[in-house]
Design a protein around this ligand. Structure first.
Ligand code: SAT
Ligand code: MN
Length: 582
């Protein structure tokens, strides 16, 4: 056995002697193994088969009612120096972090199976991919990792070849929220997660590895690990531009990534490369290229229907795992906004009663392989990734942010990303609907100090002059009566077209202190029921509101002290000054 595999074996042995599982099982990633686990989980009652005529190979898992979302307040970055984790993270020293969870891991796998999951984030043969091994006692985690990552023997072979991997240790423990921690040790490239079976806390390849640990690793190695979807937008002429968009959790990344153009946008087509995470590297020509480290979707179910996201609606009618949705009398999954059927039981398995609560939990999820998606792009497997034309930031803002605007240059674009704010959603346990800063949609996911992260972003401009343009969008603007000004969903394609027109220098723009805005007539609204007033409101800035916003961004920057890159402060002051002189 090579040194790396013996290091892996040693770690598995150490974990086993500490956690005392009944059995140890090394996952191969085969289809037969997947089916075997599904069968076992049905026997143990942790999974039930859905109507196999309507939903072949689809299953339902109901989680513990207290374990339905990420837990940012229990998520820690454990670095030697507190300053390295930054004010954007909860910090604990590595010694304390290990001690705290190791005590909880003691004997925790008694009576359970310890699964060893070697996995590769990214195409198995891509130089940009990185591997990890997750140890878990949850078969639910194993079947989800099978759909979400390149998992099993091929990944193990790569680990053996490369000699390095991220170590992730997970146990559902007793699911007691008081004994739940998601600990990251970026300096050791390791993760320890206990007390939760929820995706974002338990599928360690996803947020824990591909964002928190990878963002740290990316800074050291000169790339970026981002909370971004990747899509290809093909024009009627057959040109395809690739766009990476960062929106906070549950703000429509999955919908945008697999958008079906409305009839009015004849000849346009969207290809999906990824819906949640992008790893971005400069290639030898200085172009920014993206790979999606995942190969499946863990998407929000409620609201998915044939109008909002037909591709998702169709792709989850087979081979999907549903978590925390309701059921119809016909044993089909049901969720709010499905538009067909009606529920008889809710996500806690109780008789459905609308007075008690929704049938599906607002953060209920589907897990499905990316290849199930009708708009799947096979370039998701391309070792070299795809070249990115535009980076788009966005958030959920009732007011303030226009439908779309473009940053003046990269440095300004980094400020636009750093200033992202959004109303909170059900993807995290906590209050929903309050505006908070969510720079680059990475607030819950950056594994180090945001000030250093922004400096890293800024440094790309010194390495190449071929960087993508940076934009900001807001699909969620409302009028004073709380009605959405923009129809959203498939119509968002019209905004992406303006973005591509800008990249191709086919359209001008209004220059404002916050960036370039479209002239109302430059966004194609043909066939849309949208008033000229609404279009004006969507494409102008309110100077006073923006003065308050830019000042608030300045105050937010203050919390990073002297680690804040001077260029960001200058940019913020420039905008403040220009707004004041309007
Ligand atoms: O963290 S999850 O992967 O469960 C979903 C999200 O918040 O984006
Ligand atoms: Mn996400």
């Amino acid at each position: 056995m090579t040194t790396c595999l013996s290091a892996l074996q040693q770690w598995v042995d150490d974990v086993a002697s500490h956690t005392q599982p009944d059995t140890i099982y090394w996952c191969t990633g085969s289809d037969a193994e997947y089916q075997q686990l599904i069968d076992e989980m049905q026997i143990s009652g942790t999974l039930s088969a859905l109507n196999q005529d309507q939903y072949p190979n689809c299953y339902l898992h109901l989680s513990h009612p207290s374990d339905v979302a990420r837990v940012e307040h229990l998520t820690f970055i454990c670095t030697e120096k507190e300053k390295d984790a930054g004010p954007n993270n909860h910090w604990m020293s590595p010694a304390e972090g290990h001690a705290k969870v190791d005590a909880l891991f003691k004997n925790v796998m008694r009576g359970r199976t310890l699964y060893v999951i070697p996995y590769c984030m990214g195409p198995i043969d891509s130089p940009y991919s990185r591997c990890g091994v997750e140890i878990t006692d949850s078969p639910y985690v194993v079947i989800n990792m099978k759909l979400m990552t390149r998992m099993g023997s091929a990944a193990l072979a790569r680990i053996e070849r490369e000699g390095s991997f991220v170590k992730g240790l997970h146990s559902t423990g007793d699911l007691d929220p008081d004994r739940r921690f998601i600990m990251h040790f970026p300096e050791e490239l390791s993760i320890k997660s206990i007390g939760s079976g929820y995706g974002g806390n338990a599928l360690l390849g996803k947020k824990c590895h591909a964002l928190r640990i990878a963002s740290y690793q990316a800074r050291e190695e000169g790339w970026l690990a981002e909370h971004m979807l990747i899509l290809g937008l093909e024009s009627p002429d057959g040109d395809t531009h690739y766009i990476a968009c960062a929106f906070p959790s549950a703000c429509g990344k999955t919908n945008l990534a697999m958008l079906i153009p409305p009839k009015s946008q004849l000849g346009w087509k969207i290809w999906t490369l990824g819906d949640d995470i992008a790893w971005l590297h400069l290639d030898d020509d200085g172009r920014l290229r993206a790979i999606n480290p995942e190969c499946g979707y863990f998407g929000v179910v409620p609201g998915t229907n044939s109008q909002t996201n037909k591709n998702a609606f169709d792709m989850i009618t087979r081979d999907a795992i549903f978590t925390n949705v309701g059921l119809t009398a016909n044993n089909e999954p049901w969720w709010e906004g499905k538009k067909v059927g009606k529920p008889v039981t809710d996500w806690q398995g109780r008789d459905y009663d609308p007075d008690v609560g929704p049938a599906a939990h607002p953060n209920s999820r589907f897990t499905v392989a990316a290849t199930n998606n009708p708009s799947y792009s096979s370039l998701a497997e391309a070792a070299e990734g795809v070249p990115i034309s535009a980076i788009v930031f966005g958030g959920r803002r009732k007011k303030l942010a226009p439908l779309v605007y473009e940053a003046r240059d990269w440095q300004h674009g980094v400020l636009v990303g750093a200033g992202v704010a959004s109303e909170t959603t059900a993807a995290n346990i906590g209050e929903v609907g309050v505006v908070r800063r969510d720079p680059m949609a990475m607030k819950p996911f950056c594994g180090y100090n945001f000030a250093d992260y922004w400096a890293h972003w800024l440094s790309f401009a010194e390495r190449t002059d071929k960087l993508p343009r940076i934009f900001h969008v807001n699909w969620f603007r409302q009028d004073s009566d709380g009605r959405f000004l923009w129809p959203g969903f498939g119509e968002n394609l019209r905004v992406l077209r303006w973005i591509i027109d800008r990249c191709e220098q086919r359209v001008g723009a209004k220059e404002t202190p916050i960036g370039y805005l479209p002239e109302p007539g430059d966004i194609d609204i043909e066939g849309l029921d949208i008033s000229a007033d609404a279009m004006r409101a969507l494409t102008r800035i309110d100077t006073q509101q923006w003065q308050v916003e830019i000042e608030s961004i300045g105050e937010y920057f203050d919390s990073f002290g002297d680690r804040l890159p001077a260029a960001l402060r200058q940019e913020q002051q420039r905008i403040a000054k220009e707004l004041a002189s309007l």
